[in-house]
Design a protein around this ligand. Sequence first.
Ligand code: MN
Ligand code: MN
Length: 295
Amino acid sequence: MEENILEKYKKAGSITATIREDLLKKIKPGMKILEIAEYVDAEIEKRGGKPAFPVNISINEITAHDTPRANDDREVKEGDLVKIDIGVHVDGYIGDMAFTYCSKPSPLIKANQEVLEEAIKILKPGITVAEIGKTIQDAAEKRGFGLITNLTGHTLDKYVFHGQPSILNVDNDSDYVFKEGDVLALEPFLTESNSTVKESGIIEIYRYMQDRPVRLAEARQILAKARDEFKQLPFAKRWLYKKFSPVKVALSMRQLEEAMAVETYPVLKNRNNNPVSQAEHTIVLIKNGHVVTTR
Ligand code: MN
Ligand code: MN
């Protein structure tokens, strides 16, 4: 990887790390999740990055893809497992980082961080998807916890935030080999015992997919914005209210969804409703080793 590209990955990653440290000092029970999201949005901008996706704030059994609605009045409560997943890009080079906040000490969160670190330790050119999956599964089992088995890590590329292959968090038979210059996001989700997530009906996050004819002028404007301004990366419905009324946004998103102009990210929930934690880092493979960009 060229040095100037690695520098951009590091800059994006260090913005996520700084925001994590700030949030760990700031978040207290009673804080609104909308306040957390607005803080993250503002800090990314202030520090010279752009959001690679809307911050996901997913609480307890809600596992991923939740982001506050406009006027969202949900608050962090005592003992909640609050997963905060932050994506920043610098000229398209992405840092993808997640951590879990809880007002009380949580063995689940501690184990999750350790599982992630065990997997990061083995990363270098030549490592396979299967070796990573087995390491994560063994590390979780050793600590007496289960995994969300249908959520995976992924690769990253310029303006591509979920590249192939998927990096399974369980033992698997993929002999896909990673090479120098590959960028990986590892993100095990731990819970009481192995489980899977299912989609809920709530959608707050979308992504540009293709140009399609739609009737509403606002729908056409939103699609152009998703393509050109959001660079075909995921965006939040919340972000559109600066320019469009809630009614127009609702109608537009329905038209764009029906026309298959946008991809949707429904909120994901643990099927058995047990609370879930998450830990994630972005890692660049370099000669004989790796660099974690998001700490
Ligand atoms: Mn993430
Ligand atoms: Mn990720």
